[in-house]
Design a protein around this ligand. Structure first.
Ligand code: HEC
Length: 130
C-alpha cells in the first residue's frame, strides 16, 4: 500500500514537472541549457562544436552556409542544397535530412518538436564569434 502510494506521488510529481516545463515561457537560456544535454546525447556520437568528426563541426551553424566547414567531406547532396542554416531550416533537417537533401549522409531524425527546439537553441547559443 505504502509502495503504491509512493509510486503515485512520484508519478504525480513527474506530471507536475512535465506540465510546468510545457507551460514555462520559452526562456532562451533554459532551452539552450536543456539543449546542451540533448545535443550531447543525440548528436554527440557524430558531431561536436569544434571538430569535424563523422559529421561536420557545429559551432556557428545557425546563420552559416550549408556544407561550408573547411576540411569536411560533404556528400554531393548536401553540397547541392545551398543557402544558409536558419532555425526553421534546421528544424526541417532534424525532421528528415533525407527529405531536405535526398542522398545526404545523415539519417537521424528527431521526432519531438520540443527536443528540436532545445537543440537548435543550443546551436544558436554557440555562434562562430562569441
Ligand atoms: C550517426 C551520425 C550522426 C548523428 C547522430 C547526427 N548527425 Fe548530423 N550529420 C551527420 C553527417 C554524416 C553529416 C554530413 C551529411 C552530408 O554530408 O550529407 C551531418 C550533417 C549535419 C548538418 C549539416 C551541417 C553543415 O555544415 O551544413 C547539421 C546541421 C547536422 N548534421 C545536425 C545534427 C544534429 C543537430 C544532430 C543531433 C540531433 C545530428 N546532426 C546528429 C551525421 C550525424
Amino acid at each position: 500500500m505504502l509502495r503504491i502510494l509512493a509510486t503515485a506521488v512520484v508519478a504525480g510529481a513527474v506530471l507536475v514537472v512535465a506540465s510546468l516545463a510545457a507551460a514555462a515561457p520559452a526562456a532562451a537560456t533554459g532551452e539552450a541549457a536543456a539543449g546542451q544535454a540533448l545535443y550531447l546525447a543525440r548528436c554527440g556520437g557524430c558531431h561536436s562544436l569544434d571538430a569535424n568528426r563523422i559529421g561536420p563541426a557545429h559551432r556557428g551553424v545557425v546563420g552559416r552556409r550549408v556544407a561550408s566547414v573547411p576540411g569536411y567531406a560533404y556528400s554531393p547532396a548536401l553540397k547541392r542544397l545551398g543557402g544558409v542554416w536558419t532555425p526553421a531550416r534546421l528544424d526541417q533537417w532534424l525532421q528528415g535530412p533525407q527529405a531536405v537533401a535526398p542522398g545526404a549522409r545523415m539519417f537521424l531524425t528527431v521526432g519531438d518538436p520540443a527536443v528540436r527546439r532545445d537543440i537548435i537553441a543550443y546551436l544558436a547559443a554557440n555562434p562562430a564569434t562569441p
